[in-house]
Design a protein around this ligand. Structure first.
Ligand code: SF4
Length: 321
């Protein structure tokens, strides 16, 4: 099984950490509570960071001279510069970070569907945009895994988020030594394959033909981030499972082969869950002691205690901020 490394995650402080909302409240979140023992959180409330207290008068995003501004109607104060200064200082002080969980729809922390009013005033129209802190964050760290707490109620997005932050944390941890980086790519070969076989192969070929690329940490982070920044489809999962199966298929008995073939057909037809095949493959790898399979992260990309099968499955397109 995979070596455990704790991801370092930034988080909007009003989620489980502090009563810092405009209304003086905190927002309870079961998932964040569960994550606390598996990750190192860095909580931040940018609005408190620029000196607004809690409770406080609401703020909003307003377009002024064609640009997005953070504005407090009750005081007529433009808070844009303060927010930029606070955010830049916060980013500079961050030594390492693998991902961020943000409060949805906030003018500061929202990752989508935040109102950007057309001008100062009452009853004006608005467009949809990204919160100011989140926009600065994604510009400063373009290869950071970012999600909002509302989207993380969806089980597909939650699985994707956890897989990506734990993988990026293992990558960060491996980059201090060339041998560990090579081992990281070996251990993640099948996980990467199920995200995108062609991109994964190109990445592996590049690293074996040009090992000096392993010295370029930022480039590696970018390549891995881009590879994982999608939801694996059932065809690529099927291809990956077949590849793993081929590594011990000849050693199976005829009834075992028949059972595997029927299970794989069931997966193609959508009647068998990926986790069922994964468990079968892993138990065979254990039986035949296929070490190159047993070390693969695809079987447990993040701690099992975080697996949750009963959350929402609706929309699941990845964010593009
Ligand atoms: S959404 Fe962001 S700015 Fe607003 S209270 Fe939460 S952490 Fe603070």
């Amino acid at each position: 099984m995979t070596k455990s490394v704790k991801p370092i995650l930034g988080i909007s402080k009003c989620l489980e950490f502090d009563n810092c909302r405009y209304d003086g409240k905190i927002i309870g979140n079961d998932f964040v509570r569960k994550l606390k023992s598996h990750v190192d959180f860095i909580p931040v409330c940018p609005e408190m960071g620029i000196g607004l207290g809690s409770p406080r008068q609401p703020i909003r995003l307003v377009r002024i001279k064609g640009k997005k501004n953070l504005y407090q109607p009750s005081t007529d104060e433009n808070l844009t510069q303060k927010m930029e200064d606070f955010s830049n200082k916060f980013f500079e002080d961050l030594e390492e970070i693998d991902g961020f969980i943000l409060k949805h729809s906030s003018p500061t922390c929202g990752v989508r569907n935040v109102r950007l009013y057309h001008k100062i005033g009452k009853q004006v129209g608005f467009d949809q945009t990204v919160g100011m802190f989140t926009e600065l964050l994604s510009k400063r760290f373009p290869y950071l895994v970012i999600e909002d707490e509302a989207r993380l109620r969806n089980s597909v997005l939650k699985d994707s988020f956890l897989t990506r932050v734990f993988t990026m944390a293992r990558l960060r941890n491996s980059l201090s030594s060339k041998d560990e980086t090579i081992q990281f790519f070996k251990d993640n070969e099948m996980l990467f394959m199920c995200y995108d076989k062609n991109s994964s192969k190109k990445l592996m070929d590049l690293l074996s033909s040009k090992p000096e690329e392993l010295e370029e940490k930022d480039k590696i982070i970018q390549l891995v981030y881009n590879l994982l920044n999608r939801i694996p489809n059932s065809d690529s999962l099927f291809g990956t499972y077949q590849y793993i199966l081929s590594m011990f298929y000849d050693r199976l008995t005829i009834p075992e082969k028949d059972y595997f073939n029927a299970t794989m057909s069931g997966f193609s037809a959508g009647n068998v869950m990926p986790s069922e095949i994964s468990t079968l493959l892993y138990s065979c790898a254990l039986r035949f002691d296929v070490k190159s399979i047993l070390s693969q992260t695809i079987f447990e990309p993040y701690p099992k205690e975080l697996v949750q099968n009963n959350s929402e499955r609706r929309e699941y397109s990845l964010l593009k901020i």
